[in-house]
Every structure is written in structure tokens, then in C-alpha cells.
Design a protein around this ligand. Sequence first.
Ligand code: ARG
Length: 461
Amino acid sequence: MANAMWGGRYQEGPAAIMEEINASIDFDKRLAAQDIRGSRAHVAMLAKQGIVSEADAKAITEGLAKIEAEIEAGTFTFSRALEDIHLNIESNLAKKIGPAAGRLHTARSRNDQVAVDFRLWVRDNLDAIDAGLKALQQALTEKALAHAGTVMPGFTHLQSAQPTTFGHHLLAYVEMLGRDRGRFADARKRMNECPLGAAALCGTSFPIDRHMTAAALGFDRPTANSLDSVSDRDFALEALSAMAISAMHLSRLAEELVIWTTPQFGFIALSDKFTTGSSIMPQKRNPDAAELVRAKIGRIIGALTGLLVVMKGLPLSYAKDMQEDKERTFDAFDAFALCVAATAGMVTDMVPDAKRMKKAAGVGYATATDLADWLVQTLNMPFRDAHHVTGRIVGLASARNIDLDKLSLTEMQGVEPRITEDVFRVLSVGNSVKSRTSYGGTAPANVKAQARRWLKVLNRG
Ligand code: ARG
């Protein structure tokens, strides 16, 4: 049987395989709420412009409300023969209200319809993402404030570099997530134009009011070019790009959680709620949630790359290729929301082992820079010379397999006679972090101030 919605010139129905490749209902049913929102705005505008009667508009609006309730209740029957969410809803509307349903699609095409639905979906979900990232920033900042003075090793090349604090380390992620939220906000702002009314590709001869529908749907304005409106998916690409960057940040934090929870590091413990046991090794507490956060970025980069490949080389305007925009995008948003929530859970529950971290902070001559700085500040030595002298002192300590502050004054004076007892003041990890008071530096007082600043920002916005 030919398609009831567009089959006027068709004698035969589609091959089974055609139906299978063509139908998007299995995944685009996720656009139902947005589709109904768009239709409501469209029909209200059609009525106001005198394009459909008030009576028909009322019947359509009431029918849409019933469909919405059925979909929410899970009693709506979706049909593959009806291809996609747009035709499923319109066809059901006809069953409910009769021929007036056929007027809903006046001055509209599925091309602008899907463009507006998908934009609304991405926009709704960007808002949800922002709330999730903000909650994660809050969790990180609270932990950072509590541990502004908890000394831990700072690494470069994953080698002991200089002592830092756990609070300072966590606030680094708060900064990253702040920029991520900025990127999502930029994407949201740029995408907030309404394609509805572009119709198939060239606009319409009906006297529609695109400003009215744009405003009703919360857009800043209608899109200015009808071809562009139905052709581009850059709004989804931009959201996915921002997501890939943010997922990369989450993946790095997840990797650190994995490293920190190894018995060898033992810097933090994750809660039972966010770890799993092993079916064979009874002692294990595996950081599965962190590992999955680390991994899920694969899907997100995959979605971004996949959509870029789908879109590249497509001639204007709409092509069915673009139906491939949704599935992976939905999947990426789902994966990302999960990652954000799981990370917030882990961060809230994690307990640092301050003693172990402090001990580890001194390993590997992490205060060598402090010694060099002392030589510069106290003996007015050029930094390069101080670096060299410090290197020789580290060599002494290393040959004896002891920490820098365990060397005697006489031993250090053997390398540089002007060194005094005062040097021991800077060789402890606690004093090292306290001394780094430059703006943005690791000193606990700085970290506290930054954490408080962030809490204010987060509570404001
Ligand atoms: N399901 C389609 C999509 O996702 C809707 C638009 C169909 N347009 C068309 N001219 N067949 O892209």
C-alpha cells in the first residue's frame, strides 16, 4: 500500500528493506515533545494570520495535547510505516480530529520541522548539561575548600615536580569546566534562531509570521535564509565539539581518580557507591565509574566525527543523509550527562588520605625549586647558578638515598659555603606550598580565596 501521507503518485508501497533503511521513528521518537511544541506554535500562528480557521486550530491544538499525553503515558503506538515522528504524530492527529489535521502542515515541510525539532532538543539538552556541569563544579569547589591546605605532589610528566594542594588541583578542573560551560553557552546563543517557516527550502507564499513562531518557541529571531535553515546542522556539531572538549576534561579527571585509587598511590578512596568488586579477587575495589567516564569520550568524538563526515560534501539544501544526525547525537548527550553525574558522585564521596599525600609530596626532591629560589633570594645568586648548585645538592641526597631536608648543613655547605640554617625553612613541603602566593598559585590562602570566589559565582548564576 502506498504511503498514506505522501503516496498520491505511488501505486506500490516500499520494499521491506526500504522501510527499514528509511524509517527514523525508532530513534526520532525522542523528538516527540519538541515536535508537538513546534506544531503548537505553528498552528497558533496560522490561525492568527487567518491561514487556518480558529476552529481548526483549536481542534488541532486539542488533538496535539491528547497525543502528548498518550506519548508521555507510553500508550501511543509508533509505526515504522509512517517513517518518522512528524508523520506519526500528524497521522494520529487525523485519527483523532479528522480532516482538519491535514491543515497543520500548511506552509511547513518536514525539512523545517525536523530542523526546528532538533534545534529545540539540542537546546533543551544543553540547558540540562549546564545544570549538571554546574553541580559538578560545586562538588569540586566544596571539596577544594575543605582541602585547601591538604598537601599533595604536583606532577609534570607524571614525575614529582613541586608540592601542591589537593584543593588547588581540584580547582584546576573547576576552571576547565567553567570554560566548557562558556563554550556550551556560546553554542546555545548562536543556535538560538528559529528555522520554522523555511518550509521545504525556499520559504512559502502563505503570509506566515516567522517572528511570532520564533518568539513562541523561545528563539531570539527567525533564521534569515530559508536554504540555510533546512541545510545546516552546525548547531549540533558545535554542541558536540564543546562536548568533546568537556568530555576530554572529564576523562583526564577520571584517569587521575584511577591513578590515585591504586594501592600504590593510595591518595584517595572512592566510596562503595562508585566502585565495584572483583568476582575472583576479594581484595579489589575497582574504579569502574571513573574508567567508564574516561572511555565514554570515544562515543562523543565518534558522534562529532560521524556527523562531520555525514555533512561534508552535501549539496544544499536538505538531503536524507541528514537523518543520520540524530542517533549518535542523542547517544553522545546521554553518555555525557551520565559522565557528568557519575563524576559529581565520585567527587562528592571521595576521601583523600592527607597523610599519604603529604608523604608522597616530599618524594623525588619536590622542594628542589624552593632550594634554588632560596639561593636566589637569600644569596642573590643568578637563577641558572642556583639551579646548578641545587642540582649538585640533590645529587648528594640522591646518592645517600635520603630527602633534601635530611642532609646536614655541613653537607650542603660543601657545595655552597654561604648556605645557612635558614634553608631548612623552605625544604619542607608545607612551607613550600605556603610560599607560592603569586596570583593563581598553590598557597592554601590563595586556594581558599579562589574556592570562595567560585562558590559565590556558582551560587549567583
Ligand atoms: N526524518 C527526517 C529527518 O530526520 C525528517 C525530514 C524528512 N524530510 C524529507 N524531505 N523526507 O531528516
